[in-house]
Design a protein around this ligand. Structure first.
Ligand code: ADP
Ligand code: MG
Ligand code: MG
Length: 883
């Protein structure tokens, strides 16, 4: 097997780049080189090598040495320099690169190949002694940190002391001799911390770095990132070794990062930052404040230091030309790293840029409109789950704001929460259900879990492309970065802004769209859903086959759902209506009644209430199907607890409190989720379902008469396990329909069907379909009853189950396709065999989960039903599933 692929010069071993084999970075270096863009030559060691490295017990095959030597020879050939040569040494960078960009992987090592001898050669060959020693000290610092894993604080401290001793404020004030002295310090530090001198053999350096990259694949923070992002552990990372180009060779040199479009808003304008006389990571690390790329951005921000467009117009024009080539080639917005060495532009990385949901939407719609991609590709480009960000509220513009400071608008959206200063606390408090804002000087890959747990992120340092900003945008967390007037004392757990001190737990609001940081909580408003969102939804609806309904039981939820494009109600849970303040006493009276007469008396009070509930819902959903589930939960959920509640029921019924309490304790169940609930209530107390069915039909006729658009009630019987149960309940419903239609001299169409939420029902679906006219898969209960895991108690162990690979994802969030899915397939197939036109839908939480929706499409269900806010997500996911 070939493990090393060369790029640059005349070599292009990888063709147009295979991400699975070469990793994202390697594939695109290859790709850029193949279309003639200026890429420093190099080679990629494949992800297959990484997999083999672990399979073989963390050793390299002998053949790799020869291949790497070959790769180095390639770079030497193109650059005309030699690795380890004392007169004019070749320096390389060693870079990790998985299939998808992965914070948590090894940081890049730059300037590898420097030692006590080659540094002198570099000084002579470049004619710049300061540059050579600056590069050497950077190399020792990086190598010690990422390869030798020594405490980098010690190195930073040594640099700070060197500057203090000289009374300098900036690194740029350090002279060649100062750097030389610091290198000596650094070498001493390495000996002290590592116990051995800094490696002088350039080949040892190279292999040390290569091993470190492969080793970092199994580092804890990489594992955490993979778990949070569903990245398989067997993908592996590639290693890229590439000739160095230098952005730190004076004022005609620079380094920068850029996006071909604005990653926050999606606006079609170049966007980025650069630093003159700097190397690679200086821009992202936030050591110096970067300058704007374009004149327009600089002017908009009112900043003074010249933009790249103004400071180096010719190189900027070349860069802009490259941007256009890259967008046309990759047909997507690109995130780019470049370096300018003495006026010459070099491309160091390109990839599809992370973007906010808003930007993803705008870019997809714009690119389709520009003709760069098709409408269907635009539909495929937007991550349905990311729409969540757009559907949720933003800060109420009219609400008063106690603005403390303003940072950079790094990731849009608004968030309020309690201040926390470290990732572990963020995670701990979030687990307890608290909304938290993670406040850091700057973030690093070690903070990922805390960023994930937080509602929003605020940093004191770092630009729009800092770690915090990039990660927050990817996660969809609001983020304000570089809030410079923020002074954090992480030890004391306090911070000062604008002369005010805030402590851990104080409430803070951030607005990631404006960069504002506010004390206290600021109220929010619903977002507007027109424009690009509407356009994309129209395109999605063109390709979608699955219908999308909503789980909704209040008129408000129904209205929201309809506004979001719901095509009916897939699940209206009637029990929610029973908890209403005005009704609960009548409900309790019904439950605690000693006989049918007592129950009927109470039910008579509930009838007009239920009817008006349904009337309101049918009005909103006029002309659309509405699936109404008859009473489902165990009765004891409605029981009174407080003395006063018992007294109230006593007053309403005339039964004494003692007797009522006795009756309540009789209703106790050991395992209520498998107890007296669902259709079992209807079997034992048919009068309950009679009342509900009557309310449904009376309301439906009222609305049909008033609006002209008759609703289509689909009466759903819960928790059916056998054909006979459904038959009994259908008789009740049909009887009530007949009665009501006769009384009114009018009728409407309706269906009676069942939820499939017990394994037996799925298996016996063929018989059940003889009676039931539709099935709705109640996947919450079906998951619970199939796996035998109580969803209310699973929290304690389910994360471990996911960590240990027992489940790929939480089966209550994303359908267990292999197990529960199989029951759905069986039920669909058997149901259709009996009744070919049987209507099939899903109404569990899974109805709003894109992966589960893809399964529903494959299984050929007719519709999915999701909570109102997830309706647009479901529409888009259903479209993608159909593509
Ligand atoms: P990351 O994946 O964290 O972005 P990279 O491998 O892209 O890491 O490298 C980090 C920084 O080092 C980037 O800014 C990049 O431009 C710079 N860099 C990497 N390789 C070279 C090189 N051969 N010459 C100059 N700078 C480089
Ligand atoms: Mg990079
Ligand atoms: Mg259920």
């Amino acid at each position: 097997t070939k493990y090393v692929y060369r790029f640059g010069g005349d070599a292009n071993d990888g063709g147009n780049g295979n991400k699975n084999l070469l990793g994202g970075k390697g594939a695109n270096l290859d790709g850029m080189a193949s279309i003639g863009l200026p890429v420093p030559p190099g080679f990629t060691i494949t992800t297959e090598m990484c997999t083999r490295y672990y399979a073989d017990g963390e050793v390299f095959p002998d053949s790799l040495r020869a291949e790497v030597a070959n790769g180095i020879a390639h770079i030497e050939g193109v650059t005309g320099k030699q690795f380890g040569n004392k007169a004019d040494p070749l320096l390389v960078s060693v870079r990790s690169g998985a299939r998808v960009s992965m914070p948590g992987m090894m940081d890049t090592v730059l300037n590898l190949g420097l030692n006590d001898e080659t540094v002198i050669g570099l000084a002579t060959a470049s004619g710049d002694e300061r540059f050579a020693w600056d590069s050497y000290r950077r190399f020792i610092q990086m190598y010690s940190d990422v390869v030798l894993e020594l405490d980098h604080g010690a190195f930073e401290e040594a640099l700070e002391i060197a500057k203090e001793d000289n009374d300098y404020h900036l690194d740029t004030q350090m002279s060649a001799d100062d750097w030389k002295a610091l290198v000596a310090e650094y070498k001493k530090l390495v000996e002290k911390l590592w116990g051995k001198p800094f490696p002088q053999d350039v080949h040892d350096q190279l292999w040390g770095a290569i091993s470190a990259v492969f080793g970092s694949w199994q580092a804890d923070r990489a594992k955490v990132y993979r778990r949070l992002n569903d990245i398989p552990g067997d993908w592996g990372t590639a290693v890229n070794v590439q000739a160095m180009v230098f952005g730190n060779m004076g004022d005609t040199s620079a380094t920068g990062v850029a996006f071909t479009r604005d990653p926050a808003t999606g606006e079609n304008a170049y966007y980025g930052e650069y630093l003159i006389n700097a190397q690679g990571e200086d821009v992202v690390a936030g050591i110096r404040t970067p300058q704007y790329l374009t004149k327009a951005a600089r002017e908009r921000a009112g900043a003074k230091p010249l933009s790249m467009e103004e400071a180096m117009p010719e190189t900027y024009a070349e860069l802009a030309r490259v941007f256009n080539i890259l967008e046309t080639h990759y047909r997507d917005m690109q995130d780019i790293e470049f370096t300018v060495q003495q006026g010459k532009l070099w491309m160091l990385q390109t990839r599809s840029g992370k973007r906010t949901a808003k930007a993803a939407l705008k870019i997809a719609v714009d690119m389709a409109t520009e003709g760069l991609i098709t409408e269907q590709e635009a539909v495929a480009r937007v991550d349905p789950s990311a729409l969540d960000q757009l559907l949720h509220p933003t800060l109420d513009p009219k609400a008063p704001r106690d603005v403390l400071t303003k940072g950079l608008p790094a990731s849009p959206g608004a968030a309020s929460g309690a201040i926390v200063f470290d990732a572990d606390t963020a995670e701990r408090r979030a687990e307890l259900g608290e909304a938290v804002i993670l406040v850091r000087i700057e973030t690093s890959p070690e903070d990922i879990h805390g960023m994930h747990a937080a509602k929003g992120i605020l940093t004191a340092r770092g630009g729009m492309t800092s770690h915090a900003a990039v990660v927050a945008r990817g996660m969809g967390r609001p983020c304000v970065s570089g809030a410079g007037s923020l002074a954090i004392d992480a030890k004391a757990k306090t911070m000062r802004i604008a002369g005010r001190e805030l402590k851990e737990g104080d409430i803070l609001t951030i607005d990631g769209a404006t960069g504002e940081v506010m004390a206290g909580e600021v109220p929010t408003v619903q977002p507007e859903l027109a424009g690009d969102f509407g356009t994309l939804m129209v395109w999605a609806d063109k390709v979608r086959r699955l219908k999308v309904r909503a789980n909704a039981e209040t008129p408000l939820d129904c209205r929201t759902a309809r506004d979001f494009g719901a095509e009916g109600v897939g699940l209206c849970r009637t029990e929610h209506m029973f908890f209403d303040a005005g009704r609960i006493t009548a409900v309790r009276q019904m439950i605690l009644a000693e006989n049918e007469a007592g129950r009927r008396e109470a039910l008579a009070k509930l009838l007009p209430e239920q009817r008006s509930d349904f009337t309101e819902i049918f009005e909103v959903m006029a002309g659309l199907p509405v699936t109404i589930r008859l009473l489902d939960p165990p009765l004891h959920e409605f029981l009174p607890h407080e003395e006063a509640e018992f007294e109230e029921v006593a007053k309403a019924t005339g039964i004494g409190v003692v007797a009522l309490k006795q009756r309540a304790s009789e209703l106790h169940e050991f395992n209520p989720m498998l107890g007296h609930r669902g259709c079992r209530l209807g079997v034992t107390y048919p009068e309950i379902y009679e009342m509900q069915a009557r309310a449904i039909f009376e309301a439906a006729l009222d609305v049909a008469a008033k609006s002209g658009a008759a609703p289509i009630p689909e009466v759903m019987i819960p928790l059916v396990a056998t054909r006979r149960e459904l038959e009994l309940m259908k008789e009740v419903v049909d009887r009530m329909a007949k009665e009501v239609f006769a009384e009114r001299g009018q009728s409407i169409d309706y269906l009676v069907g069942t939820m499939i939420e017990l394994p037996r029902a799925a298996l016996k679906a063929g018989e059940i379909a003889e009676v039931g006219e539709f099935f709705s898969f109640g996947t919450n209960d079906l998951t619970q009853t199939t796996i035998g895991i109580s969803r209310d108690d699973a929290g304690r162990f389910l994360t471990q189950y996911v960590d240990k690979g027992i489940f790929a994802r939480d089966p209550f969030v994303s359908l267990d396709v292999e197990g529960v899915g199989q029951l759905i397939e069986i039920a669909a197939e058997r149901g259709r065999a009996t009744r070919p036109d049987i209507k099939l839908g899903i109404c569990g939480e899974h109805g709003g989960d894109p992966a589960s929706i893809a399964f529903c499409e494959q299984t050929g269900l007719d519709y999915v039903s999701a909570s109102p806010y997830r309706v647009p997500i479901a529409r888009l996911a259903a479209a993608q599933a159909a593509l």
